[in-house]
Design a protein around this ligand. Sequence first.
Ligand SMILES: Cc1cc2nc3c(=O)[nH]c(=O)nc-3n(C[C@H](O)[C@H](O)[C@H](O)COP(=O)(O)O)c2cc1C
Length: 325
Amino acid sequence: MDINQLFQNGASHSILAPMAGYTDPAFRSICRQFGVGLTVTEMVSSKAIVMNNSQTKSLLVRFPNDTPSFVQIFGHEPSVMADSVQIPEIQAYDGVDINMGCPVKKIVKNGDGSALLENPKLASQVISAVKNAIGSKPLSVKFRLGVSSDSNVADFAKMCAQSGADFVTVHFRTRNQMYSGEPDFSTLSSICKCGVPVFANGNIATQQQYKQLMELGAYGVAIGRGALGRPYVFCQLTNTPYKMDVLETILTHINLLQQFLPQRVINNEMKKHIAFYLKGMRNAKQTVVDVTQSKSLQEVLHHVVAFFQQNPHLQVVEGNVGESL
Ligand SMILES: Cc1cc2nc3c(=O)[nH]c(=O)nc-3n(C[C@H](O)[C@H](O)[C@H](O)COP(=O)(O)O)c2cc1C
């Protein structure tokens, strides 16, 4: 597969990193409006898919403008992983990403996610099985530096490439670091010799970091938390002008969720997102508290609308070409 086919039309070499509970179909669709190169669903269990779990299937909703987009699956049984990608909802995606980085205890205990970092032989079988099952569609693998050190990461990347991955995304933290601490990009250049394009991930949020990592050999970057509340980060990577009406974006987010989720779930989902949309804005702290304590979506909206009525100058965020970031 030629990866350049995925990142056409001048899109930045960027991925919205999968985040369970955050990279819902609506947020992915919004990031698409701000130039993200590729989106990925939050992780879905291969076992649950094979068992036809309806809640899991709701994670596979996708809006028409969200393309290209990959579905991320987790599991460790090659045959189950291969079967899971045969269902039409997954085949409707442009490719598949395999999660080999999740550090969460209950996932690792089952042999899934980052447990596969410790079992490269099984990891290889999983990758080959999924690759055979998806045929000509692209496959990627997302993993971490290692469990407690980065000593085998370049070999793991090579194994992924040799087993059938078309590219890899590396979160430059170890499993033991979970989600905090500085990512260590010192092994990036050696990982980039693995034979397939490499996306760097970990605390990336500026054009300067994007450029530096590309200079070190990365094909692109994956951005997770740096995109929450600020989907325009993808425009910033390439110095593309952008204008985001925050209130309008929140309303769009809700409207899109309303197309497939019950009101009660939307209420909880939006509380998390709104905290990010308002993050860093002067005087927003009390509104975030009020939103969090709201009992209904109507109440949530009341607080958000009131905030922007009192602070109209904060409603639009924009950036121009040539602005230093
Ligand atoms: C709340 C949350 C949920 C996440 N869920 C997933 C997931 O489903 N699959 C995955 O591969 N990584 C997941 N991650 C890891 C992110 O994709 C990313 O690797 C990590 O946050 C580091 O990137 P960042 O510093 O840009 O956020 C999650 C991270 C967070 C904070």
